[in-house]
Design a protein around this ligand. Structure first.
Ligand code: C2O
Length: 577
């Protein structure tokens, strides 16, 4: 009996343990939720800067509704287009594994949703935690059509830092007094740079430093001593931003829905498309402090919006005193100079993964992409259509190809259905001509060639891309965003990338994981990823004026072996062109 028991017990506990493992495994799925939403794209009058404007919104909300989900959850979002424009929505940073149909860029993974039509986006969040966001991805609709997509840890799993008392999302935006769609239209007609914005906003509000705005300034209440999580998103159309809170330090804990090694800073720089999560502790005398953001501008001789948006950090114990009229105007934080590249670069370089990560080595595809602006010469320089510098039209390119979006089909639909003539797959892996990219570039190299060229990647290939900014027209920080992927940022520098000395300095230990990274102005940045997501994925500058001028390309990642490595079939309601 004794012996029997001895032999049975370990087997028995093994079974119990196994059963327990199966139950936890299943319950982690049982806990995953599916969230259903209806997003009605519709015009709505809102008052900003003393005037009523009719803007395009989701469900009449500006900014749009916040999506709060957990890692592992699924989303089903029915989009009803009740506006007068074609529209698509993009879930910025969601990997959309094998599911390009839910990604959203207009004429890339889908044809636009026509006025009066609907389309339902269905996707699951797989191993991503932190802050992402969603936005319109056709023309300049994203100026007002955007909102947060906050991904919390699975039920029962904690943050890798002590749980904050509160969480606030701060969407930094750009406000145009004119209809943004008309601003773009005019720029595309004249060939000149589009008008700059009239205000920056925090959660849709310009704040105290603008006319007719202080009543609506966003207020963030905080209790003395407590720590809160701020999810900061740069949803501005065309501008990198500095962000700071008067008298307070912030601890960066995540970017682009990936955790980072915590580090403290007084100021953050955030490019369009990027997100930054910071912890903020109320460790200052109870009072009101301004939260502020303004431009980090790297383009030379280019006009930019130099105004400052503010919200107010309000210590709760200080608000009573305000009522007695003792409180004065909140203190403004010191923001870096508009062109403070040293501060911007130091901040970005401080972002690291929390611990050692598996960076792909033994690269299969070594790509070198020049990114920058250009000028198209006009035959009649005095024409109203040639109001760019010296009677030209602005353009932009990667490796001298200025990306042209198809008009009669989407790339993904053409690829899936085998429709010829929509794109070619001869995007050059290196620029057609080598030159001193950041030097004084010969005028003959300023005019790129238009084309709808894709670069083919084998499933599972290990890819390195070096983005090299050029000084054509101007050097500039271009926030490059890759759809369908996150990548490791392994290195960056100024001047021309040197393939024989720079790779030795790459960080293969703890590089940050991101979906959007700026090329240094007059410099370069290197990224690595494994092409494990089949489909067609857009890569572009997240400054929307540059995107429209052609600072984009797309990867065609081929299917691997079997269903689990292949693009899923398109949904039946996918819009046709
Ligand atoms: Cu957030 Cu292609 O964009």
């Amino acid at each position: 009996m004794e012996a029997y028991n001895l032999t049975v017990k370990p087997w028995c506990s093994c079974l119990l343990l196994g059963l327990f493992a199966v139950i936890t495994f299943l319950s982690s799925f049982a806990n995953a939720e599916t969230h259903y939403h209806e997003f009605v794209i519709q015009a709505k009058p809102v008052k900003r800067l003393c005037r009523i404007h009719n803007i395009i919104t989701v469900n009449g909300q500006f900014p749009g509704p916040a999506l709060e989900v957990r890692n592992g959850d699924s989303l089903v979002i029915k989009v009803v287009n009740s506006a007068q424009y074609n529209v698509t929505l993009h879930w910025h940073g969601i990997r959309q594994l094998r599911n390009p149909w839910a990604d959203g860029p207009s004429y890339v993974t889908q044809c636009p949703i026509r006025p009066g039509a609907t389309y339902t986006y269905r996707f699951t969040i797989i191993n991503q935690e932190g802050t992402l966001w969603w936005h319109a991805h056709s023309e300049w609709l994203r100026a007002t059509v955007y909102g947060p997509l906050n991904i919390h840890p699975r039920l029962g799993s904690p943050y890798p830092f002590s749980t904050p008392k509160q969480e606030y999302t701060l969407l930094l935006g750009e406000w145009f007094d004119r209809n943004p769609m008309d601003v773009l239209k005019q720029a595309l007609f004249t060939g000149a740079a589009p008008n700059v914005s009239d205000a920056y906003t925090i959660n849709g509000q310009p704040g105290d430093l603008y006319r007719c705005s202080s009543k609506e300034t966003v207020r963030i209440p905080i209790e003395s001593g407590e720590t809160v999580l701020l999810r900061i998103v740069n949803s501005a159309l065309n501008q990198e931003l500095f962000f700071a809170i008067a008298n307070h330090q912030m601890t960066v804990v995540g970017v682009d829905a990936a955790y980072t090694k915590p580090f403290t800073t007084r100021v953050i720089m955030i490019g369009p498309g990027q997100t930054t999560n910071v912890l903020l502790t109320a460790d200052q005398p109870p009072a009101h402090y301004y939260i502020a953001a303004r431009a980090y501008n790297t383009a030379m001789n280019a006009p930019f919006d130099n105004t400052t948006t503010t919200a107010i950090l309000e210590y709760k114990s200080a608000s009573c005193r305000t009522k007695k009229g003792q409180s004065s105007r909140p203190i403004l934080p010191q923001l870096p100079a508009y062109n403070d590249t040293a501060t911007a670069t130091a901040f970005t370089a401080g972002i690291k993964s929390p611990s050692q990560v598996k960076v792909p080595t033994a690269i299969d595809e070594n790509l070198f992409f020049t990114v920058g602006l250009g000028l198209n010469n006009c035959t009649r320089p005095n024409s109203p259509r040639c109001q760019g510098p010296n009677g030209t039209r602005f353009t932009a390119s990667i490796n001298n190809v200025s990306f042209v979006f198809p008009k009669t089909n989407s790339l993904m639909q053409a690829y899936y259905q085998g429709v010829p003539g929509i794109f070619t797959t001869d995007f050059p892996p290196v620029p057609p001509i080598q030159f001193n990219y950041t030097g004084n570039v010969n005028r003959g190299l300023w005019q790129p060639v238009p084309g709808t060229k894709l670069y083919k990647l084998k499933y599972g290939s290990k890819v390195q891309i070096v983005f090299q900014d050029t000084s054509i027209v101007t050097t500039e920080d271009h926030p490059i965003h890759l759809h369908g992927y996150s990548f490791y940022v392994v290195g960056s520098g100024f001047g021309n990338f040197n393939p024989s000395t720079d790779p030795a300095k790459f960080n293969f230990i703890d590089p940050p994981q991101r979906n959007t990274i700026g090329s240094n102005p007059g410099g370069w940045v290197a990224i690595r990823f494994v092409a494990d997501n089949p489909g067609i994925w857009l890569l572009h500058c997240h400054i929307d004026s540059h995107l429209r001028w052609g600072l984009a390309m797309a990867f065609l990642v081929e299917n691997g072996v079997g269903q689990s490595q292949s693009v899923i079939p398109p949904p039946v309601d996918l819009p046709q062109c």
